[in-house]
Design a protein. Structure first.
Length: 270
């Protein structure tokens, strides 16, 4: 009997009014193998970079050159996730300056790639942000760090401050004051119980990057099939409206299975 042929899967790269992306941790390998694998599947790759005393995946000059070549050959852009082990709002000035220095190293290393955006976490840490006094001290510390970072050459509009566990209104004044952009992480918003529609209404005008991932059994960064249907439709409807600025939508998952299931979900709803 003749084997049944499988239907070809529609490629989604270049088919949306936004740039479809995912992370540089889809196959269990380094940056270049991941970007090579993804080059014809997505429009943007989020480079997840880290640097610590024990481990670092910061690319060398040859890797940066190869990333630039792949971008040129495959119409790719990059978003760059700034290091996670930073605390720009620390009450300890030395911690803040080391954090800024880490961000600047990544910025200067990757500038040649002309990244679409840099993704920045303004951690609340252990600070009691519900106290007006400590919130004021924290935002003052963040202000110093952001000014130092921008003085180092960061283009404000490319710096996307991500939605985290605390209410985004805590940092919204800083985002507006310094001309920064927003990264709406849909999984974080839902996991922390915030009103997604209200977040979209409040912050969409400055939103440059959307992180899309599902939640399963209280765990985020799962495939987007773990999102309620109405949530995915709400996001896609907002993205299909006349574009006031170009955006990247990153399937922020970290494995091939979650990535492929997310692509399949997008195929079924578009």
């Amino acid at each position: 009997m003749k084997a049944e042929t499988q239907p070809s899967r529609r490629l989604l790269k270049g088919s949306f009014p936004f740039r479809l992306g995912t992370t540089s941790y889809i196959v269990p390998d380094d940056l270049i193998p991941n970007v090579t694998y993804l080059a014809d599947l997505v429009d943007d790759v989020e480079l997840v970079l880290f640097e610590s005393d024990e481990l670092s995946n910061l690319p060398d000059e040859d890797t940066i050159e190869t990333l630039a070549t792949l971008a040129d050959e495959h119409d790719l852009t990059y978003t760059v996730h700034l290091p996670l082990d930073i605390d720009l709002g620390s009450s300890d000035a030395s911690v803040r300056w080391r954090s800024v220095a880490k961000c600047l190293r990544v910025l200067h290393l990757t500038q040649v790639l002309n990244p679409f955006a840099y993704l920045l976490h303004l951690y609340g840490g252990a600070t009691d942000l519900q106290s007006a006094a400590t919130l004021s001290i924290w935002t003052a510390a963040l202000t110093e760090s952001i000014e130092h970072f921008l003085d180092g050459g960061a283009a404000p509009e490319t710096i996307c401050v991500e939605t985290l566990a605390y209410p985004y209104e805590y940092v919204w004044d800083l985002v507006q004051r310094y001309g920064l952009s927003v990264c709406l992480d849909i999984g974080h918003i839902l996991l922390n119980g915030y009103d997604l529609a209200a977040y979209l209404d409040a912050y969409w005008a400055r939103c440059r990057v959307v992180h899309l991932h599902g939640i399963r059994e209280g765990r985020d960064h799962c495939d987007i099939g773990g999102l309620p249907d109405h949530v995915l439709k709400l996001i896609l409807n907002r993205l299909s409206s006349p574009a006031d600025l170009e955006r990247v939508v990153t399937l922020e998952v970290f494995g091939r299975s979650d990535f492929e299931h997310s692509l399949e979900t997008l195929r079924t709803v578009t």
